[in-house]
Ligand binder design. Structure first.
Ligand code: ZN
Length: 468
């Protein structure tokens, strides 16, 4: 049963979103005209200016770029050559935050590069070698983040890192190696397509393989980027933070990841503007910078606004902005990070609005909710999974040259925005507290129990007492 209280407002909001071409227009401009928005590029600056201007046009006089410092990175060309047992050249690209350099060494194939696969070999066999591993799900069924695989390679004394895509299509993957809010990578890392990686392994025929690669990329300390913030004040000093990252990887348009979440955030800001001062809680719309190089913009934002965390009622992360596909049908998919009680809230909402749904609980450090989670802030995530028609798994087209506008369905983003507007309407107006903050002690205990603290240690992202 639809809640009568919201009926009229929801009809207005849904109609406004469905009739408007803003999401599509913003996507076209930011993807096709502006470009990747990768940290440190001209397109990043242009995108920041465009978003601030657009939000002002939507009526947000307070729309602004909030700067932060980080370790920047500039991509350089890569050459890759097998020298033993046969001589052959291949194409490869640098992985973000790779310090660059020239590496010549034997290669060790560590499968999917999971902790179990590293722990099964003698560290002496990895020392001085180049580690090759793929982005596939580990043999134990877990999806292990690239930064964990790289962390193990560094810990075991490898001198280079080759990351192979597990999806076909001759697409070399990119992705960051270290959190740019505190450091660059220690050893050079490059990405190769599935086809290239498999060819290399076939050519070696099980004999020792030697590789030489050069990477002219550079880490640039003392770089500056910015988060884009617009505020819709409420009746109290409690705030809801909603948003996603606007930066994409430099090799593509980052259309799915994450222009989709960015344009949905902007759309929500647009349609909710008439409610200024009318909701119990204010809404802070944030498009984060530098997420792709270690969740940096949101981490710096939290570090610079620690005093506001207790007034942050919830963080809603829009990493990808649309609805998901499951069993050939669109459905709303949410992840609840904390506290677990938020699951009931979402279940109640989805039942009311009558959407096919899936709700997960879990923890992940690989997106902008994370620094808020570590401050105890309740956090949820609306995720989008690709249709089976796209024949890709896991990250899919993300982090490859194929993440362009044609992979995004703007109508699906409108539906995502419609659903999220209804979520925000309820979160912003509900009389009782949304959820309790989680004490740090409890978070740390949970992360230790699940082994996630160990993973974060390997990634050099375990610093529970300080945001950055
Ligand atoms: Zn992303």
């Amino acid at each position: 049963m639809l809640n009568e209280r919201y009926l009229k407002d929801e009809r207005t909001l849904i109609g406004e979103i469905w009739q408007s071409g803003e999401i599509y227009e913003n996507m076209l401009i930011m993807a096709d005209e502006i470009g990747s928005r990768f940290p440190g590029t001209a397109s990043e600056k242009q995108a920041q200016e465009y978003m601030v201007e657009k939000l002002k046009e939507y009526g947000y006089e307070n729309a602004r770029a909030v700067p932060f410092n980080y370790y920047g990175w500039k991509r350089g060309p890569v050459t890759l050559e097998m020298t033993e047992p046969v001589q052959r050249e291949f194409t490869a690209i640098s992985l973000a935050m790779s310090p660059g350099g020239i590496v010549e060494a034997g290669v060790i194939d560590l499968g999917t590069g999971s902790p179990e696969e590293f722990e099964a070999v003698d560290p002496e066999d990895v020392k001085g070698k180049i580690v090759i591993c793929s982005s596939a799900t580990s043999p134990t069924g877990k999806r292990v983040h690239r930064r964990t695989k790289y962390g193990y390679a560094v810990k075991y004394g490898a001198v280079g890192f080759i990351f192979m895509n597990h999806n076909p299509g001759q697409l070399a993957p990119t992705g960051s190696l270290r959190p740019s809010y505190k450091m660059g990578g220690e050893i050079p890392g490059i990405g190769v397509s599935l086809e290239t990686g498999l060819l290399m392994l076939r050519l070696a025929k099980g004999k020792p393989m030697k590789i030489k690669f050069t990477d002219k990329s550079q880490v640039i300390p003392d770089s500056e980027s910015a988060n884009i913030v617009a505020e819709l004040p409420g009746e109290t000093d409690e705030w809801i933070v909603v948003g996603g990252h606007y930066d994409g990887h430099d090799i593509s348009q980052g259309a799915m990841d994450n222009l989709s979440g960015t344009t949905v955030t902007m759309e929500l800001a647009r349609v909710l503007k008439p409610y200024e001062g009318k909701f119990k809680r204010g809404i802070r719309f944030i498009c984060f910078g530098c997420e792709e190089i270690g969740v940096t913009g949101s981490t710096c934002y939290v570090a610079d606004h620690l005093d506001q965390m207790k007034n942050t009622a919830i963080m809603v992360n829009l990493e990808l902005g649309g609805l998901s596909f499951k069993d050939g049908m669109k459905h709303a998919a949410f992840t609840v990070y904390q506290p677990p009680e938020m699951k009931e809230w979402i279940a109640g909402f989805l039942e009311e609005v009558n959407y096919p749904t899936s709700i997960r609980t879990g923890m992940s450090a690989a997106s902008d909710h994370w620094p808020f989670v570590m401050q105890g802030v309740p956090a949820i995530y609306m995720h989008e999974e690709p249709s089976m028609r796209q024949l890709v798994q896991g990250r899919g087209w993300g982090h490859t040259t194929a993440d362009l506008m044609d992979k995004v369905d703007p109508r699906n983003l409108q539906e995502g925005a419609m659903l999220m507007a209804r979520v925000l309407l309820r979160l912003a107006t509900q009389e009782k507290k949304i959820a309790d903050h989680t004490p740090l002690k409890k978070i740390v205990k949970h992360l230790e129990k699940t082994g996630m603290s160990k993973t974060l240690e390997i990634q050099l992202k375990w610093h529970p007492d300080s945001p950055r």
